[in-house]
Design a binder for this molecule. Structure first.
Ligand SMILES: Nc1ncnc2c1ncn2[C@@H]1O[C@H](COP(=O)(O)OP(=O)(O)OP(=O)(O)O)[C@@H](O)[C@H]1O
Length: 941
């Protein structure tokens, strides 16, 4: 233990069977080697054993002025708390150390000791006073002290009481530290002699292996507050004992704990006795207090007894003792004193006893019976006093002795009671402080109340304005709803219109498609017509060709006609010639007849002229007739004539043409010629035989005329012309044939032309229809364009309507939202109004109660003042006739009353509550303001 840090290892559970072995009570062996500590306990070792080995020496050093520290360190649930605090069956190190301390200082008659304690916990850098729980006020000051309150303790029980109070408030995850501070001074010390002052830290660390920081040279706590607080314990001015607890089943944790134990063992401390100047100690303060009280008591004694105070009497119990002594001393002269003081002393004693009884009841309940007994003794004494005259002196003396013994006994008890009384007084002073504080709070509360009232007023106004705003909002809301309904109707109307427009649009679209189809068909038809037109133009060309040909043919025809007319003219000439020839022939015939007559006369066979005539066809001449030389010339002439006749065409006035032809009669025995009249078409140049029986053989004379034929003489010179005429006739016939053919062609062409014209007419119809169709198409196109425009307009309208619809929808949505928000706002405003009303009501109630309490407190204060004044008066004028018995009870009662009022006040109205009220009202006000602003902004928007 050279380093003044003693390290012990305490297993919670057996090391047996595990990888560690305990040897010689100080070494722990494992496979990796052995670790030596100051102590290694087995699992059966008790807290007492551990205390005796490790803590007791530190406790004694602590009492002798050295700082001491006991720390339990280890993993979770390894028994740290069990070791430090213990339980009912197993007292922990704290209890054992406390017991040891009080036993030791109790036995030391040479020195005076003053003990006080602090019980704190450190949790996440926050230090909390476990007895008072004022966490924010506790700080570590540089000297390693804590700013929490220190509680004086005079016995182990008292200390354990405080400990049990603190244990209940401790959080399991915190580090708990009990700090015992001891001051000691020799009884015979001079005023300037220093005081020994040391601190004993009993630390129960939280179960976490990561709370220490270990470097090569130092070991420190990671928590800064803890480190500051226990700096002296690790490498400083303290005797430190570290009990490392381990659970052998948790190998890793145990290894860590042992590592720490080994490491911390190397740290060395240099403890020194701490001497503090007397004036800076608590001991001095206490001494001063006691002195003050004694002085006060002495004054009281003087007041009560009118005699100097008796030395050696303690403050609280002195009162009683002095009274008793005075009573005993005066008892000798009882005839005068008894009568004078009997009542007074009795009452005072009675009252004092009651006071002591009352004040000690809470602090030292065990004193109560003694006090009671004393009280009864006093009563008995009084009774005895009353019976004094009849009781003999011996009895009185005996009783006096008994009483003295009892008083002495009581004295000691009362001395103890005095301590309690002091504490009670302290409590009273604390309560007075509390009272003052409460007064302050009350005044602040009153100020708050005034503020609250003002705020209440403003809130009421605000409420009204809010109410008005709500009404306005309701009106707005109604208006908006109406608008909304209107908009909905409009929306509905627009929707319907849109649907109708859609239908119309669809109809238009259908129309458009049908029109397009129609246009397509029309186009096809136009194309067809164009094609036909094209073809028709070809036909036109053909027709023109034909026309040209026709014209050509017409010219040819006209040429032919002119040549025909010429030929006719020629024919007419020939006919004239023929007529001339006929006339000539008639002449010749006459000549012939004359010749015949002559021949008859010359008895020549006769010719049957009559038969010739009867045949009517021709004139036949027999060969025999012609045999004569005169006749042969004639016949020749006749033949010539016939030949020329042959060439004569007879043109009937009806237009029919006939030719005469003279043919030789083929019969051998019949000489002569036959003149035949034939149809011009039937005239053949060769192999044309004249039938004897032919009906058309005419006698030229008369018949031709009869048949109104014009006989044109064909002269000998016109023979080539006749040929030409024949040719021309042939040509003419040809031409006529051609003409007929041409006429047929023309007819055909005309028909074709007509057909073409018809076709053309059809084409025109087509063209017309095409034109019509074109027009129709154009009109259709126009209509389509119009439709398109209409469609576009409608579509635009629809899109406009849709956008309108959308905007209206958005507006409707917005209005809906606004309605909702307004409703919410209204609800909230109503809620806040209700809350505000509630708060106002609550604040009014609080205000009233505060007023009442204030009044009560004022009354109590006045009472207190009065009694204090009386008391002061009494003190200032010791001979004044004011009786203590009247004053003290009044004062005490007043204090009690005040205490109860304060208690009641503190019960009914806690500080945070009071503070909370304005804060929450502020918040509420801010909220309302914000909401109003928001609402205004929205409205403006
Ligand atoms: N030596 C022992 N003898 C008997 N019981 C023990 C011993 N050590 C610990 N215990 C018991 O084990 C339990 C856990 O112990 P304890 O609470 O003291 O551990 P801890 O290390 O303080 O835990 P934490 O790390 O959570 O603070 C307790 O019920 C305690 O009574």
């Amino acid at each position: 233990m050279s380093s003044n840090i003693c390290v012990g290892v305490r297993p919670f559970g057996s090391f047996d069977g595990s990888s560690w072995q305990v040897t010689n009570g100080c070494a722990l062996e494992s496979r990796n080697g052995s670790s030596v500590f100051d102590f290694v306990f087995d699992h059966e070792a008790s807290n007492l054993e551990l205390f005796n080995c490790m803590a007791k020496p530190i406790v004694h050093k602590f009492i002798s002025g050295l700082n001491g520290t006991l720390i339990t360190y280890g993993g979770t649930s390894t028994g740290k708390t069990h070791t430090m605090l213990g339980d009912d069956q197993h007292p922990g190190l704290i209890e054992l150390a406390t017991k040891e301390i009080f036993e030791t200082i109790g036995n030391d008659k040479e020195r005076r000791f003053l003990l006080r304690l602090q019980f704190i916990e450190v949790n996440n850098k926050i230090i909390t006073d476990l007895i008072r729980k004022r966490q924010h006020e506790v700080k570590v000051v540089d000297t390693g002290k804590v700013s929490s309150e220190e509680y004086l303790v005079s016995s182990k029980e008292e200390l354990m009481q405080w400990l049990s109070v603190g244990k209940k408030k401790r959080s399991k995850r915190s580090h708990a530290i009990l700090r015992i501070i001891i001051e000691s001074r020799s009884i015979s010390a001079q005023p300037d002699d220093p005081v020994m002052q040391s601190v004993f830290n009993l630390v129960d660390l939280a179960g976490c292996s990561n709370i220490m920081h270990m470097s090569n040279t130092t070991v420190s706590f990671r928590d800064q507050q803890l480190n500051q607080l226990l700096r002296a314990s690790l490498g400083g001015n303290a005797c430190t004992g570290i009990i490392c607890t381990a659970n052998p089943t948790d190998l890793l944790e145990t290894r860590k704990t042992l590592q720490f134990a080994s490491r911390v063992r190397e740290v060395s401390n240099q403890p020194l006795v701490n001497l503090v100047a007397y004036k800076a100690t608590m001991m001095k303060q206490q001494d001063l207090k006691i002195k003050k009280l004694r002085d006060q008591l002495a004054k009281e004694e003087q007041v009560i007894l009118g005699s100097p105070r008796i030395d050696g009497q303690q403050d609280g119990c002195m009162e009683c003792t002095v009274l008793c002594k005075a009573f005993i001393e005066k008892f000798a002269d009882r005839h005068q004193v008894e009568m004078l003081l009997k009542e007074d002393v009795h009452a005072t004693l009675h009252e004092l006893c009651r006071d002591v009884l009352r004040s000690t009841r809470d602090v030292c309940p065990e004193l109560e019976p003694s006090c009671e007994r004393m009280f009864h003794n006093c009563v008995e004494l009084e009774r005895l006093q009353a019976e004094g005259e009849s009781v003999c002196d011996e009895t009185i003396e005996l009783t006096q002795r008994e009483l003295q013994a009892e008083i002495a006994e009581m004295r000691t008890k009362l001395e103890a009671a005095q301590l309690s009384y002091d504490m009670a007084k302290c409590q009273v002073s604390e309560k007075t402080e509390d009272c003052n504080r409460l007064n302050l709070q009350l005044s602040t509360a009153q100020a708050d109340n005034v503020q609250l009232q003002a705020k209440n007023h403003s809130l009421e106004q605000m409420c009204q304005s809010q109410h008005q705003a709500i009404q306005a909002m309701v009106a707005d809301c109604n208006e908006v709803q109406q608008k909304f309904q209107k908009l909905q109707q409009e929306h509905e109307h627009l929707r319907r219109t849109s649907e109708a427009n859609k239908d119309q649009c669809l109809q238009l679209k259908a129309d458009k498609t049908s029109l397009q189809a129609e246009i397509v068909t029309l186009k096809e038809r136009v194309e067809e017509a164009q094609r036909l037109l094209l073809e028709a133009s070809n036909q036109k060309a053909l027709a023109e060709q034909l026309k040209a040909q026709n014209d050509r043919l017409k010219t040819e025809l006209s040429e032919g006609q002119s040549s025909f007319q010429e030929m006719q003219r020629e024919c007419d000439c020939l006919s004239n010639e023929l007529m001339e020839s006929v006339e000539e022939c008639d002449g010749l015939r006459g000549e012939c007849n004359a010749l015949r007559e002559e021949l008859k006369q010359r008895s020549m066979p006769s010719y049957d002229i009559e038969s010739m005539k009867s045949s009517g066809v021709g004139t036949e001449c027999s060969e025999a007739d012609l045999e004569s030389e005169t006749d042969s010339g004639f016949l020749e002439k006749f033949a010539k004539l016939s030949d020329s006749l042959h060439e004569i065409e007879l043109q009937h006035r009806s237009g029919c043409s006939r030719l005469f032809r003279a043919t030789k009669i083929q019969e051998h025995n019949v000489p002569g010629l036959k003149l035949c009249l034939e149809s011009a078409t039937d005239i053949h140049t060769e192999a044309h035989t004249l039938d004897d029986d032919a009906g058309d053989a005419v006698c030229l004379k008369g018949v031709l005329r009869q048949h109104r034929f014009q006989i044109i003489r064909l002269t000998q010179e016109t023979a080539p012309a006749q040929e030409d005429a024949e040719k021309r006739l042939v040509h003419c016939n040809q031409l006529q044939v051609e003409r007929a053919a041409m006429q047929r062609d023309i007819k055909l062409l005309t028909e074709a032309n007509a057909a073409l014209k018809k076709e053309l007419g059809n084409d025109e119809v087509l063209t017309m229809s095409i034109e019509v169709n074109e027009k129709l198409r154009e009109s259709m196109n126009e209509r389509e364009e119009q439709f398109k425009i209409q469609l576009n307009v409608k579509e635009e309208e629809i899109s406009l309507l849709e956008s309108k619809l959308k905007s209206k929808g958005a507006e409707v949505e917005e209005i809906k939202e606004r309605c909702l928000i307004m409703r919410q706002d209204m609800d909230e405003a109503r809620e806040s109004e209700a809350q505000l009303k509630e708060k106002v009501a609550a604040s009014v109630v609080i205000h009233d109660s505060l007023k009442k309490k204030n009044l009560a407190l004022d009354k109590v204060n006045i009472k207190l003042k009065k009694s204090v004044d009386i008391y002061r008066l009494r003190l200032e004028k010791p001979n004044a006739s004011v009786n203590c018995k009247e004053v003290l009870p009044v004062v005490r009662r007043t204090v009690e009353e005040r205490g109860s009022v304060q208690e009641h006040t503190s019960e009914t109205l806690t500080v945070p509550e009071k503070r909370a009220k304005p804060a929450c009202i502020h918040q509420e006000l801010r909220k309302i303001k914000r909401r109003c602003l928001h609402d205004l902004r929205r409205r403006i928007d």
